[in-house]
Write a protein that binds this ligand. Structure first.
Ligand SMILES: NC(=O)c1ccc[n+]([C@@H]2O[C@H](COP(=O)([O-])OP(=O)(O)OC[C@H]3O[C@@H](n4cnc5c(N)ncnc54)[C@H](O)[C@@H]3O)[C@@H](O)[C@H]2O)c1
Length: 325
């Protein structure tokens, strides 16, 4: 049996939470992967180096430490089949105030540069990370791509919504672009600012978890391998819609997540209750009919299985230790 040359992917944000998992999956599927990441200071470089542990031993993987706002990465797009653009400044609460500059730069400007570079390099397809944050506090649930209004409640959500407009501008018969509205992704390597990670850290090592709001706010949680599976399926899907909701399908409140993790950890979480924060929404829930139809995708990991995997990762010591609040 003859096999053709490996397909080539560029993954931006390769040292991050979802990006590092995506690179590992692509390599397992036989792709050659060039990762681009500039190790922004949003969370420690050590965490991102740890995310890259397995990748750095893989002959099919190269890392370019470059800022998408600068130069020296565009040549990597030559001969690339798909650019997976995941690099961004994530996080809702920090997007207010002076740090909005980071969001405007690393989301809006960086995404425009990726679309420009993909066009210049004749890359046929870009798959990029949008967010459920574009919906804000939706009036009806579950949210649907075409019919639910996008009214972001945070500057972060505004940047992702603006990137969706940019994608529409750059899409052409020669450049397919699809954006994935990920709904709260969790699992091993989750960013240290995210709630489930902070809960796992506090349960595993002691410390207090700052709970914003009364715990009744709910999210449609998505296990990272499921988010990655949907992302990879976009490499070949035809037809390919401009936007897909990617949600795990098991909506839960923060109180339910805490109770599940307490039961898995056989420990009580110490709570520091705080008022809900600017930009936080009450509820997210995804209608994934479109992703099921076009991508043949459906989430496979239940919330309790996924939380057990994340807690096990934190307890294993592989997870870099953050100071618990
Ligand atoms: N984690 C979630 O629940 C979630 C939900 C919705 C959308 N998203 C989106 O998915 C993507 C990945 O999120 P994540 O949670 O893995 O975040 P992450 O912060 O772990 O990863 C993002 C990576 O991008 C890199 N980066 C940022 N700006 C860059 C630039 N200008 N040049 C090069 N590299 C740069 C960072 O150094 C980081 O390693 C982001 O676009 C995020 O907005 C994530």
């Amino acid at each position: 049996m003859t096999t053709g040359p490996a397909r080539r992917a560029v993954v931006t944000g390769a040292a991050g939470f979802i990006g590092s998992h995506l690179c590992e999956r692509l390599l397992a599927d036989g792709w050659r992967v060039t990762g681009v990441d500039c190790f922004t200071e949003y969370y420690p470089r050590e965490d991102k180096l740890s995310n890259l542990t397995a990748l750095s031993q893989s002959p099919g993987f190269d890392l370019l430490e470059r800022d998408l706002l600068g130069d020296g990465w565009q040549a990597a797009l030559s001969g690339t089949d798909v650019v997976f653009h995941l690099a961004a400044q994530a996080g809702v609460r920090d997007s207010f105030g002076r740090s909005f500059q980071n969001y405007a730069d690393n989301n809006l400007l960086a995404t425009q540069r990726v679309f420009e570079a993909a066009g210049a390099a004749d890359t046929p397809r870009v798959v990029w990370a949008s967010s459920s944050s574009v919906y804000g506090d939706a009036e009806t649930h579950p949210c649907r791509e075409a019919s639910t209004a996008t009214l972001p409640r945070s500057p972060y959500g505004v940047t992702k919504r603006a990137c969706e407009d940019l994608a529409r501008v750059y899409r052409s018969p020669d450049l397919a672009i699809t954006g994935l509205r990920y709904f709260t992704v969790y699992g091993p390597r989750q960013r240290p600012d995210m709630a489930m990670r902070r809960i796992c850290d506090a349960l595993a090592f002691g410390g207090t978890f700052q709970l914003y709001g009364d715990g009744s706010q709910s999210r449609d949680f998505t296990y990272v391998a499921d988010a990655v599976d949907a992302t990879v399926r976009c490499a070949d899907a035809d037809p390919l819609a401009p936007i897909y909701n990617i949600g795990g399908g098991e909506e839960a409140t923060m109180a339910q997540v805490i109770a599940t993790l307490e039961s898995l950890a056989h420990a009580r979480l110490r709570l520091d209750r705080r008022p809900s924060q600017r930009g936080d929404v009450r509820r997210t829930s995804a209608d994934v009919t479109l992703a099921r139809r076009d991508l043949g995708w459906s989430p496979a990991v239940s919330l309790s299985e996924g939380l057990a995997a994340q807690l096990a990762w934190v307890r294993s010591g592989e997870a870099p230790r953050e100071a618990s609040a």
